[in-house]
Design a protein around this ligand. Structure first.
Ligand SMILES: [Zn+2]
Length: 65
């Protein structure tokens, strides 16, 4: 798969490569994943450290639904 084939650009520096980093924001009991520019480290998006969708699938499997 080509790297960054969507040609998404950083809003700050215009760089086109991004990285996911794990962090725990202040006042949070949960870890988060941050999507950020790999060049200037500008924050772009956060998502839960725990993948809720995969957990729901596991529960559904256990319940047989
Ligand atoms: Zn940037």
């Amino acid at each position: 798969m080509p790297f960054n084939y969507s040609h998404t650009k950083c809003p700050k520096c215009g760089h086109t490569s991004f990285e996911l980093v794990e962090d725990a924001p202040s006042h949070s009991n949960f870890k988060m994943w941050y999507m950020r520019c790999s060049s200037c480290k500008t924050f772009l998006h956060a998502s839960s450290y725990i993948n809720i969708n995969s957990q729901i699938e596991e529960v559904k499997k256990k319940l047989g639904i």
